[in-house]
Design a protein around this ligand. Structure first.
Ligand SMILES: Cc1cc2nc3c(=O)[nH]c(=O)nc-3n(C[C@H](O)[C@H](O)[C@H](O)COP(=O)(O)OP(=O)(O)OC[C@H]3O[C@@H](n4cnc5c(N)ncnc54)[C@H](O)[C@@H]3O)c2cc1C
Length: 418
């Protein structure tokens, strides 16, 4: 009987996997190279749970938009030109995936997974731990121009066709829905099923719940190598000359998953998509509903009385540098939609950054690999890792228990590019 599960990585995907595996009675150990009090992509993100995001990043028009924005240092999407075989291969696969047919096939699955994840968050909200601040007020897609509002209205139509409610609002109606902050917009689309939460508080609650169910954590410990025989992973070599052995291994290494997979001669195309956020502790106005400034791709989330503003997707490798021009681009865009704020409001606010794990087709890698009987992957969630975290953990726990997953997840196979 399989009972020892080692999970590599304690981001939101690793923690959700730990929680659901521990709930099923597995002996779970999570290994994380950072200390227990750590930061990372899962902590400073925009905190949105988004059934409205049923279109993967690889969609028609994105390649042209990427090429246009590439030359603007303050634009929402930036691909740093470099002669790197992995980037070229990823770009080619992205281009091939960015079709209407891909979106048509992916959207119902993303919808089902997002809605199932939302149900998980509702269950989590009933945990007997201090409330982690789950807010169910929807999301506003704010449009500055009439043109963007028309495009978003078309998206709303597609959403409704998939069974996701969406309402097109003019500027007055949007202001009436959220009187918390003054907006300078042509209108908005409200997706009432979307939610938001304060990410740090949620991550702490999730870890506490996993620990209460018996999950053990090994902090400041990097998995350096693997020993495998035939089609089974045997032991992991850890920093500090340690080793660990389990019956099942789950790779939840976020943007570093491709590097990790290479140790096992597995090919998981992935690029890190860097984003930034800035959190105003005492904002001059506090919206009640989270929003996305549509044209600028800037996310705005009220969190425990603070206001987090985040954005940009910078494909520039696994580096952690902060690009002040791009941070400035986020601030300037935000102030155009929220005209009572000024760039000076952000003086002295330290920008946070995180690396989103981005697959070329915009879909996560979830499931077993054909090469090993005891290795699974749960990674590549791009812009939707928080949103899809719980359902991912649930799926992995089902797979490790030998059950057929509740949805057909063939499109998410970690072997789809091998
Ligand atoms: C600005 C911004 C805003 C965002 N907003 C949202 C949002 O509103 N909603 C949403 O759903 N998503 C959002 N995202 C995306 C979301 O944050 C990511 O998809 C998610 O955090 C990825 O989680 P993860 O667990 O896969 O990776 P990570 O959080 O990066 O965790 C991976 C962990 O693995 C560890 N690790 C790696 N290699 C090893 C090793 N060899 N040994 C031990 N440990 C290892 C790393 O140290 C790391 O802690 C946003 C991202 C950004 C940047």
């Amino acid at each position: 009987m399989t009972n020892r599960v080692v999970i590599i990585g304690a981001g939101v995907i690793g923690l959700c996997t730990a929680y659901y595996c521990a709930r099923r009675g597995f002996a779970v150990t999570v290994i994380e190279r950072k200390p227990a009090k750590h930061d990372g992509c899962s902590f400073g993100n925009a905190g949105m749970i988004v059934p409205s995001h049923f279109v993967p990043l690889a969609a028609p028009g994105m390649v042209a938009l990427g090429l246009k924005w590439m030359w603007n240092p303050a634009s929402p999407l930036y691909i740093k030109p470099r002669l790197d075989a992995d980037l070229l291969d990823w770009g080619h696969k992205f281009w091939r995936a960015a079709t209407a047919d891909h979106v048509r096939r992916a959207a119902p699955l993303l919808r089902d997974l997002s809605l199932a994840s939302r149900v998980c968050f509702e269950e989590f909200a009933a945990w007997p731990v201090p409330d982690f601040g789950f807010v169910k007020k929807g999301l506003l897609m704010l449009c500055k121009s009439e043109h963007a509002l028309r495009e978003e209205a078309r998206m709303a139509e597609q959403a409704r066709a998939l069974g996701i409610p969406a309402e097109v609002l003019d500027a007055k109606q949007a202001a009436a829905l959220d009187p918390g902050a003054r907006l300078d917009i042509a209108g908005a689309v409200h997706f009432p099923l979307d939610c938001h939460l304060p990410t740090e508080r949620f991550m702490a609650a999730l870890q506490a719940q996993a620990e209460q169910l018996g999950a053990k954590f090994i902090w400041e410990c990097e998995v350096l190598n693997t020993r495998h025989e035939g089609n089974r992973v045997g032991t992991l070599g850890l920093s500090g000359n340690r080793t660990i052995e389990a019956d099942e291994y789950v790779v939840c290494c976020g943007s570093w998953s491709a590097e990790f997979a290479q140790k096992l001669a597995l090919r998981i195309p992935m690029q890190a998509g860097k984003g930034y956020s800035l959190t105003l502790p005492n904002p001059r106005q506090l919206p009640r509903i989270c929003s996305i400034c549509t044209e600028a791709r800037v996310a705005v989330t009220p969190m425990d009385g603070a206001l987090r503003v985040g954005g940009t997707m910078e494909i520039a490798g696994l580096n952690e540098d902060i690009n002040p021009v791009r941070v400035r681009g986020i601030i300037d865009s935000f102030c155009r939609y929220f005209p009572d704020f000024t760039p000076a409001d952000f003086d002295g606010i330290q920008p946070w950054h995180g690396l989103r794990p981005c697959s070329p087709d915009g879909l996560p890698y979830i499931g077993r690999t054909a090469k090993f009987t005891n290795l699974s992957l749960a990674t590549g969630h791009g812009m939707m890792g928080l949103s899809l975290g719980p359902v991912t953990g649930r799926l992995i726990a089902e797979i490790l228990s030998g059950e057929k997953p509740a949805w057909d997840i063939a499109m998410l196979s970690p072997d789809r590019y091998s």
